[in-house]
Design a protein around this ligand. Structure first.
Ligand code: SAM
Ligand code: SF4
Length: 344
């Protein structure tokens, strides 16, 4: 069910701005991917030899902004800019600065590998970005290199310290644990977060895209991880909710929360409040399913009228699946597209 009434773009009045899907979930959060390109090639996210989309197939900056504004008018309160690596897109500053001015948007945030934070950090602060997620899978430069294929840990750490100094309200580290690769670094990574007053989330690897390793061999269950964390730290369960997949624990006597994002060991779809838009304007209703609609042709066909785009979004929402169907033990990926395509 979708409660929404709308007029034409020029005289646009939302009567009820809620996107409610058929399972009564209120969609107020979008993840907007602004590029599929990246300066890293993380082994769980990309293949070594990635082919990126031609630029003409990507949403332009104006299209990204228009789409974001349509969703805001439809009741979306939070937008996470993602990718690929969002900060490698050349013209990205203007999108942040423009969206940052929109008063109906409660939170503008991003997920980044931190490689460009020295260059872009101040711009993000100026745009009103308060919380950022930074992917950091290892504190060992050899492991970091192995996992990112092209990344240099020293530069990334320098950039993380720079971002801390800039004064973001909260920085959260994202870690994908891989058995036999970085799963011996759990406590180092949590201690690093505690020392620097950061949060840290552990994400179970999802079977997206055709990568070179066997995912079932590298899989680390967050249930096992939680047992280890409880043996090592005093964890206090919190009721913090982002309406999403993470459960959070606070580490006693610290400012650090540990989040466990567990698409396998705990299906999180019941409370799903989000949809994703790929950098080529595909609206994905679920990260782990193929349901999508193409918004780019509509944006280009209807330059001065948002109504057809809104109608498509409303129709698409009716098809939002109940849940993903990730199965780590299967040989082929659940979804062929890479995470960097959909936007993590
Ligand atoms: N480049 C940015 C970054 O790495 O933070 C943003 C895009 S990246 C696709 C977003 C998040 O998705 C990262 O935290 C990354 O660790 C995560 N990710 C990528 N592929 C994944 C996979 N197969 N399973 C679980 N998480 C994945
Ligand atoms: Fe790039 Fe992020 Fe994917 Fe790593 S996880 S390859 S940094 S998009």
């Amino acid at each position: 069910m979708v409660y929404y009434t709308v007029c034409s773009r020029k005289n646009y009045t939302a009567m009820t701005t809620h996107l409610i899907d058929q399972f009564n979930r209120n969609i107020d959060y979008i993840r907007l991917s602004v590029t599929d390109r990246c300066d890293f090639r993380c082994i769980y996210c990309m293949s070594e030899d990635m082919h990126f989309m031609p630029r003409k197939d990507l949403l332009t900056l104006e299209e990204l902004q228009r789409l974001a504004e349509i969703f805001i008018q439809l009741g979306v309160k939070k937008i996470r800019i993602t990718g690929g690596e969002p900060l490698v897109r050349k013209d990205i500053d203007q999108l942040f600065l423009n969206l940052g001015k929109n008063r109906d948007l409660k939170e503008l945030t991003l997920t980044t590998n931190a490689s460009q934070l020295k260059k872009k950090g101040q711009m993000l602060i100026d745009a009103g970005v308060k919380r950022i997620n930074i992917s950091l899978d290892s504190l060992d430069s050899k492991v970091f290199k192995k996992m990112t294929r092209t990344g240099h840990l020293d530069t990334i750490l320098e950039n993380i310290y720079f971002a801390i100094e800039l004064g973001f309200k909260k920085i959260k580290l994202n870690v994908v644990l891989m058995r036999g690769i970085n799963d011996h670094e759990i406590y180092n990574l949590v201690d690093f977060a505690i020392k620097n007053a950061l949060d840290v989330s552990f994400i179970e690897e999802m079977p997206l895209g055709d990568v070179t390793h066997e995912r079932k061999e590298t899989f680390v269950s967050n249930d096992d991880l939680l047992k280890n964390l409880k043996n090592h730290y005093n964890l206090i369960k919190t009721s913090i909710s982002t309406g999403g997949p993470a459960n959070y624990w606070q580490i006693q006597n610290s400012q650090t929360h540990v989040g466990l994002i567990s698409p396998h060991s705990h299906n999180f779809c019941e409370s799903c409040n989000r949809v994703r838009i790929s950098c080529k304007g595909e609206l994905f209703l679920c990260l782990g399913q193929e349901n999508k609609i193409e918004l780019l042709p509509l944006l280009r066909r209807h330059l001065n009228d948002d109504k057809p785009i809104i109608n498509s979004i409303l129709d698409a929402l009716k098809t939002k699946p109940k849940s993903h169907e990730f199965e780590i033990h299967k040989k082929s990926p659940a979804v062929i597209r890479f995470m960097s395509h959909t936007g993590g």
